[in-house]
Design a protein around this ligand. Structure first.
Ligand code: FAD
Length: 553
């Protein structure tokens, strides 16, 4: 009988155990979990603190007894695996409560120990009693207990990633004034800067004090003061440290397994480590980026669950490959949905890959049907082949389904041209006959086919500063509400009659409008008249999300 020992009993470990049992009724499956609970809803923890999820037991998806009984598993919680002896194929287990240690043998070992919050040695941290991290149910109990009993009025959330943003929202929901400190110039680093600026604006509108490009230098007064590198002192009642996670690799390193540059356990396509008897999955492993093919860390629940199923199949004799992680992710930030898939522009630029970008601002559904909300979408692709690299979306409604469709398209190897052909659900309450994904396909195909040339929001100021002509083709009332500095207003309807005014202008002539559509039409008119024209991608909406030096008439 095959004996499989699993380390870690939450997303990856519990899923693998259950799948393995479904594939192999006879295997002896032993699952060790250091904490008191298995298979809990770690993604729901911030919402329990915020009381959106009202009851603690709603987080406990399975009990040890329930899971053991249903899948005939030997589950040992409060049991930490502290060493692996690869030579004898045993693990050493320490019972957390009694401190007793013993050895357990294995035929195959599966590691799914996850990732732990990064806690740097910040001066004053040891004396602080009000600094929390969030990973487990006990962490959540500590935070919720503090909020319920100490009634903090102010909190500092350090780190603007997924957990930081969710906690900022949920602490504010509990009536706490929140300051969010992020050392980068943006929150949510998987999306690009101009998309993140929409999130910044929304956070501030909701009352979060956002401090960017500053980090924590020290804690003082037992954590009641957070001292930032800039010298700013933040008085506060509690602090949440959410500056990222690092793979739990202590066991793997101790056992001499290969780990990557960022500490993730190295696995092959079958999720096997450098030891043929040991597999690893989840946040602890280094994955292959599906788009770039490079090794990376992507601590997300979907990939952990997928890897768990595949590895169980492989262990049960049906060898299955893991094809890499796209990094499809989503977060709610108050009324906004922020979602991403594939490679972002920062990554492509750093790699030196050729890429093109389009920004669109479509409505979530037909604008004549009540409740339509505009969203910002960004698509990245190869400028000649149209191969899809990545997509990002920020908006109040409909962002999730567009990014999900695009994630599916990337995985299927579709190109920008294929997005035009996708037949997606449409009725006025849900979408438009040309869905925002189709529209991205149209706009991006125009770019690849050379029907339109575009310039990005970050480059237009320099062009204008060097004497380039920028025509704003919106109506004068729209221009009065703000425009790109140095632009000249010629409404689209007047353009054909006023072409003569442009004959002595330097080429190319640049065009902008509200979201890029009228600008595109203008470039067609200009090109037909013999001008070389370029459209500001995403129009004034993308530009103004980033620039505050807006020209108001
Ligand atoms: P985990 O689920 O963390 O399980 C690892 C387990 O191993 C832990 O319980 C740990 O106690 C145990 N363990 C570690 N070492 C040992 C040892 N030596 N012996 C015994 N047991 C050990 N992802 C999303 O995609 N979407 C979200 O919305 C989302 N929200 C999140 C919110 C929070 C607050 C957190 C903390 C994470 C969130 N994640 C989210 C990430 C997601 O939960 C992880 O990607 C996923 O749980 C990884 O699964 P895993 O099995 O690798 O690790």
């Amino acid at each position: 009988m095959l004996k499989v020992v699993i380390v870690g009993g939450v997303a990856g470990g519990a899923t693998a155990a259950a799948r393995l049992r479904r594939c192999d009724e006879t295997a002896h499956i032993v699952l060790f979990e250091r904490g008191p609970y298995v298979s809990f809803a770690n993604c729901g923890l911030p919402y329990y603190v915020g009381e959106v999820i009202p009851r603690r037991d709603q987080l406990l998806l399975q009990t040890v007894d329930g899971l053991s009984h249903r899948f005939n598993l030997d589950i040992r919680n409060l049991s930490e695996v502290i060493a692996i002896d690869r030579h004898h194929q045993t693990v050493t287990v320490r019972e957390v409560q009694s401190g007793r240690s013993y050895e357990e043998s294995y035929d195959l070992l599966l590691l799914s120990p996850g990732a732990q919050p990064i806690v740097p040695p910040i001066p004053g941290l040891d004396e602080a009693k009000n600094v929390f991290t969030l990973r487990t149910i006990p962490d959540t109990d500590a935070i919720k207990g503090f909020v319920d009993q100490q009634l903090p009025k102010t909190a500092v959330v350090v780190g603007g990633g997924f957990i930081g943003l969710e906690m900022a929202e949920n602490l504010l929901r509990r009536g706490i004034q929140v300051t969010l400190v992020e050392q980068m110039n943006q929150v949510m680093t998987p999306i690009d800067y101009e998309m993140a600026t929409l999130v910044h604006k929304h956070l501030r509108e909701k009352g979060v004090r956002l401090v960017l490009e500053d980090g924590v230098q020290a804690f003082a007064k037992k954590g009641r003061q957070v001292i930032l590198r800039s010298g700013t002192v933040l008085e506060n009642d509690m602090v949440l440290l959410s500056i990222g996670v690092r793979p739990e690799n202590t066991l793997a390193i101790q056992a001499g397994l290969a780990v990557g540059k960022r500490g993730g356990i190295v696995v092959d396509d079958y999720l096997r480590t450098s030891d043929e008897h040991i597999y690893a999955i989840g946040d602890a492993i280094e994955v292959k980026d599906f788009v770039t093919g490079l090794p990376t860390q992507m601590p997300l629940a979907g990939p952990a669950n997928r890897q768990a199923r595949l590895v169980a199949d492989t262990i049960a004799g049906k060898k299955k490959r893991y094809s890499g992680t796209l990094g499809t992710a989503i977060v709610q930030v108050f009324d906004l949905t922020v979602a991403t898939t594939g490679a972002n522009e920062k990554t492509l630029r750093n790699l030196g890959w050729p890429y093109a970008v389009v920004h669109t601002h479509p409505a979530s559904h037909a604008t004549y049907y009540p409740g339509a909300q505009s969203m910002a979408l960004k698509l990245l692709f190869h400028p000649e082949t149209g191969a899809l690299y990545g997509a990002q979306g920020v908006g109040r409604e409909g962002v999730d389904k567009r990014i999900d469709v695009l994630a599916t398209a990337i995985r299927a190897g579709l190109k920008v041209f294929d997005l035009q052909d996708l037949e997606l659900t449409y009725a006025p309450p849900y979408s438009s006959a040309k869905d925002p994904v189709n529209m991205l396909g149209y706009v991006a195909s125009n770019v690849v086919e050379g029907t339109v040339q575009t310039i990005q929001w970050c480059d237009i100021d320099e062009v204008v500063a060097h004497g380039g002509l920028l025509i704003d083709v919106r109506e004068s009332e729209e221009v009065a509400r703000g425009s790109i500095p140095g632009s000249v207003n010629i409404p689209l309807g007047d353009l054909r009659q006023r072409l003569g005014e442009l004959s002595t202008e330097p080429q190319p002539v640049y065009v902008t409008c509200q979201v890029g559509l009228r600008g595109y039409l203008a470039t067609r008119i200009l090109e037909a008249a013999g001008f070389h024209a370029m459209n500001v991608d995403g129009g004034y909406t993308t530009y103004s999300s980033v620039h505050d030096k807006i020209q108001i008439h």
